[in-house]
Design a protein around this ligand. Structure first.
Ligand code: DUC
Ligand code: ZN
Ligand code: ZN
Ligand code: ZN
Length: 485
């Protein structure tokens, strides 16, 4: 398609401002946002009258082609990203995993996997152990490789989990490097205990999954992680906030002025755990993810927290497995590969849950699906805005056209969809990525290898006096957060 595009007559929405305007794009960049832009004949015109023109979605939380639980997540950097583009997401940040604790090797393996990309992407890096090499590699990744966030798993005992001691060392290093620490917050020791207990009670089906790792364990780990990060005095990003228990910890910490960001995911906002009790194994198993989808009520509380700003942005934890892969856990829920789809559905489902329901404005929709992510990971306004100079990653949403989600029409490589049959008002008709129309009239126009790695810059340098100040500071949390110097 043409390298010059005019999106004409739409309602252009940024997180802070909405206007009726045209958007002129050239060579992948937004050149002008203004009413009644005049252009020459060689410009492709897209009529957006009556439609919302918004920054493309940014998914802060995906796992493409990830080695996990004895298998590998099914969507790779091409199929997962094609699905994303068909659903209005134009960038994602994937979690690169180390290989046997080796960060550099893990990073290199993800650079290779991502060669087939058709959309822009960045990486977070997971930390699964602690030693001097890890510290050294973190420094290289931040200073030379475009990584500005590191995730710590407090669950998955025996594989990905770190101890509190390892987590503390990692937090200190994040602070020193000006990188953002992220946490998967479930108490891994208690989860392992719970899994044995439930299985030995004879509960072997998918319903054993939520029963074995209840929300109290998510609340405990979330509170602990926040307190350890605060003790180190570095900000924390809690991934996939699934429960009221975790939400309460985040809300309290934020009320105390502690720097913590909370990310709910589409599945946790949209669904409740009744689906895990379906008597058909495959129907239930497709919903198995960790932390688990919670009993009804948690999702409503998460929606409210997203509306009122206690939670800041929406991810997906897109980590797909086919029915065949899920079937490995047919007689033991502990073996069902954890993960659900979402990269293609997030923009539509969040529109339905949050905008159609009247919970938030369209500007807030842009904020929680795109702008906040760009700001938190330091790529705003290259991404997350429709401004002159920003990347031309744009969606056109028709609020009066309907969408129905199904595995029969989705673009992910898997054979199931956790939102099967979800019907709603609102349809993303056009996706523009890197200034090119990649999704229109229900068709994808994507190219393997066209995706670009977007390096993410650190937040440093650290304020000189901070470390000394911290060393001299005694924190007291009783009865409220107080700092005694
Ligand atoms: N949870 C999942 O469900 N899948 C990938 C990793 C995770 O923490
Ligand atoms: Zn996780
Ligand atoms: Zn995840
Ligand atoms: Zn303090």
């Amino acid at each position: 398609s043409s390298s010059k595009i005019l999106v004409r007559g739409g309602i252009v929405v940024n997180a802070d401002y909405q206007q009726n305007a045209d958007v002129y794009i050239e060579d992948g960049i937004i050149k002008l946002v203004a009413p009644n832009i005049k252009v020459s004949d060689d410009v492709k015109i897209i009529d957006a009258t009556g439609k919302f023109v918004m920054p493309g979605g940014i998914d802060p939380h995906t796992h493409l082609e990830m080695p996990f639980m004895g298998t590998e997540s099914a969507d790779n950097f091409f199929t997962g990203q094609a699905a994303a583009l068909a659903g209005g997401t134009t960038m994602h940040i994937d979690f690169a995993l180390p290989i046997d604790g080796d960060l550099a090797a893990g990073y290199d393996s993800y650079v290779k996997k991502a060669e087939i990309s058709c959309m822009d992407y960045g990486f977070h890096m997971a930390i699964t152990t602690w030693n001097e090499n890890v510290a050294k590699d973190m420094e290289t990744l931040v200073k030379e490789k475009g990584i500005n966030s590191f995730k710590f798993f407090l669950a998955y005992k025996g594989s990905l989990m770190v101890t509190d001691e390892e987590f503390l060392q990692g937090l200190k290093k994040c602070k020193e490097l000006g990188a953002l620490a992220q946490v998967h917050a479930e108490n891994g020791d208690a989860v392992a205990e719970g899994q044995t207990r439930i299985f030995e009670l004879g509960i072997t089906g998918p319903e054993g999954h939520p029963l074995s790792r209840p929300s109290v364990l998510e609340g405990e780990a979330t509170g602990r992680a926040i307190k350890l990060a605060h003790f180190v005095n570095t900000p924390l990003y809690v991934v996939h906030v699934m429960s009221i228990d975790a939400l309460d910890e985040i809300a309290r910490a934020r009320a105390q002025g502690i720097r913590v960001v909370g990310e709910p995911v589409t599945s946790g906002l949209a669904l409740n755990d009744s689906v895990l009790w379906d008597s058909d194994f495959q129907t239930a198993a497709k919903y198995v993810m960790s932390p688990p989808i919670r009993p009804a009520g948690h999702n409503k509380a998460l929606q409210a927290a997203l509306a009122n700003g206690i939670l800041q942005l929406v991810g997906t934890d897109h980590c797909t497995f086919t029915s065949e892969q899920k079937a490995v856990g047919k007689h033991d829920f502990r073996k069902i590969p954890n993960g659900v789809n979402g990269i293609e559905e997030r923009m539509h489902i969040i529109w339905d849950l949050m905008v159609n329901s009247g919970k938030i404005s369209v500007k807030d929709y842009v904020r929680i699906t795109s702008t906040a992510c760009a700001q938190i990971f330091n790529i705003y306004p290259q991404k997350g805005a429709i401004l002159a100079g920003s990347d031309a990653d744009i969606i056109i949403l028709n609020p009066s056209r309907s969408t129905t989600i199904s595995s029969k029409t989705h673009h992910s490589t898997i054979d199931t969809n956790i939102y099967e049959g979800w019907s709603m008002k609102g349809n993303i008709e056009v996706t523009i990525s890197q200034g090119k129309v990649v999704w229109a009239n229900g068709q994808l126009f994507v190219e393997r290898g066209a995706g670009r790695y977007i390096p993410l810059s650190p937040f440093g340098p650290l304020f000189d006096g901070l470390d000394k100040l911290d060393a001299a500071r005694i924190h007291s949390y009783n009865p409220r957060h107080r700092t005694v110097v």
